[in-house]
Design a protein around this ligand. Structure first.
Ligand code: ATP
Length: 349
């Protein structure tokens, strides 16, 4: 069992806390993504976990054993962790098989066992046909698979991935996301996956931790984070959304832009204000009706499976609306919008 626990973890550079009293538990065998904008502290957190950086405060433990605390760390080579970087960092003068065998040889495993484990890993990763090639003779996706094979073959307690797909082109990235999830379902390493790409996090993860300014703003399953964001930052970061602001009218109702919106879920801020999130595909667009909000279509973009509309409320607030490709409205047309209470989410400030 390799449960990973970060408690009050802090790393400062000068006066700036890149990681700020961060708490996170990664249960044994689960894959957690750290997702957040550039500079929010994802890589610094990973470097602290790997032992390449020393925390200023807080602690990291693996299976109940402390591996880092302020000024005291177990060195990286004694942590039984594998880390994969954006650049694949393969040895250019070693073949695929030699690259993958490298970690096992360092650990002085018997030769026959090294050969057998390397072969099994290369077959799993569909790399066996390339075993004698050098990294320069491989595509980016193949090199990344060699990087993964090299990290997995040593059977690490913890696997750390830092934006592992960022050097790949869009199609390959999508394939590799599924590949990473397939490998995780097979090996079940306790894994932290750093990314700023929400689709990547949603495809690969059991749990997503959304980071902001060195802290975790919210963590939960991909569905939790998407359907039940607690703050505007999280709602905007995962998928696109419409944010309406106003004041609270009663326990579940808000007045925003002249509309009365009922929010079945979420909590309003304590100060009497209201922030309401509704996803573009949850707004219902139809003919103007007495119980709908009146709006004018300003833009209509055909996306194949859907129409993407920008509709302006009479207050001037513009909303994004996604409909099926059968719901057609023309630019300039007056339409009615309805906001189902089950999809209006009250957010904290
Ligand atoms: P990105 O997605 O751009 O890689 P990140 O979320 O991984 O960003 P970090 O690399 O962890 O962010 O950096 C967090 C903050 O700490 C940033 O403001 C960065 O400038 C700062 N920082 C990181 N490393 C150092 C360092 N060695 N010295 C000084 N400041 C640093």
């Amino acid at each position: 069992m390799s449960r990973l626990e970060l408690a009050g973890l802090t790393k400062r550079f000068g006066a700036h806390a890149a990681v700020d009293a961060l708490d996170l538990t990664v249960d044994s065998g689960t894959l957690v993504s750290l997702l957040g904008p550039s500079g929010c502290g994802k890589t610094t957190t990973l470097r602290l976990v790997s032992g390449f950086a020393v925390p200023d405060a807080g602690s990291i433990s693996v299976a109940g054993q402390m591996v880092s605390s302020a000024g005291r760390i177990v060195p990286p080579e004694r942590r039984e962790m594998s880390m994969i970087f954006q650049s694949y960092a393969l040895w250019p003068h070693l073949t695929v098989a030699e690259n993958v065998a490298y970690g096992l040889k360092l650990r002085r495993q018997p030769r026959a066992e090294v050969e057998q484990r390397v072969r099994a890993m290369l077959e799993t990763m569909q790399l066996w046909p390339y075993e004698a090639r050098y990294p320069a003779e491989l595509s980016g996706g193949q090199q990344q698979r060699v990087g993964l094979a090299r990290a997995l073959v040593v059977e690490p307690k913890i696997l750390l991935l830092d934006e592992p797909l960022s050097n790949l082109d869009a199609n390959l990235r999508e394939d590799m996301r599924h590949e990473i999830r397939r490998l995780h379902d097979r090996f079940h390493y306790t894994t932290i996956y750093v990314t700023h790409d929400q689709a990547e996090a949603m495809t690969t993860s059991d749990m997503i931790a959304v980071m902001r300014d060195g802290k975790i703003e919210q963590s939960g399953s991909p569905e939790d984070i998407y359907e039940r964001p607690q703050t505007e930052f999280v709602a905007r970061f995962i998928g696109s959304t419409n944010i309406l602001r106003g004041r609270r009218a009663d326990a579940r109702d808000a007045e925003c832009d002249g509309l009365r919106l009922t929010c079945e879920t979420g909590d309003f801020p304590a100060d009497g204000g209201a922030i309401v999130s509704i996803r573009p595909h949850r707004i219902v667009l139809g003919a103007p009706a007495p119980d709908s909000a009146q709006a004018t279509v300003e833009r209509a973009v055909y996306l194949g499976a859907q129409w993407h509309y920008i509709a302006a409320l009479d207050s001037g607030t513009k909303l994004q609306v996604l409909t099926s490709s059968d719901t057609r409205a023309l630019v300039g047309e007056r339409v009615g919008l309805t906001f189902p209470p089950s999809h209006c989410r009250a957010l904290a400030r």
